[in-house]
Design a binder for this molecule. Sequence first.
Ligand code: ZN
Length: 128
Amino acid sequence: MNDEFTLYDLKVEVISSDKPMVCRHREGDYFLVEGENLVFPQTTSFSMYSLAALLPLLPAKQRELHENDWMLSDSIIACPDPNCGARFKITRTRPRTLRHSECTVEKIHSTKDDITMNMEEIKNGSED
Ligand SMILES: [Zn+2]
C-alpha cells in the first residue's frame, strides 16, 4: 500500500528590520527543517527564545495550506524580545516525500473514521 505523503522542507533565515538587533542574531544566519529534523549547517548557535517562538509555526509551514490561511501568507516572524529588530523569514525550499510507516506505528487515519465516530456519538446522545 502506498503510504507516502509530502511535506515541504523549510529554511528559516535571520533578516534585519528598521530596528537594531539586540540579541546575538546575525543577518543571514539560518537553519533548515528537513522532515522532523532541524539542521544547522552554517551556524552553531541559535537563540532558544527565538526558536521557541518559531517552533509552533514550522509544522504548519511544512504542510499544504488553504490559500486563504494566514499561515500561508505570513512568513516573517519577529524576535520575541520586543526591543530586538531581528526577523525570521520562513521559506519552503522543496517538497520531501515521506512514508507514514517510517514516521509512526499508528495505523493510517481515515477521515471516514471521524464521520463514523461522530455519527455514533450523535446516536448515543453523548456530548462534551
Ligand atoms: Zn532578538
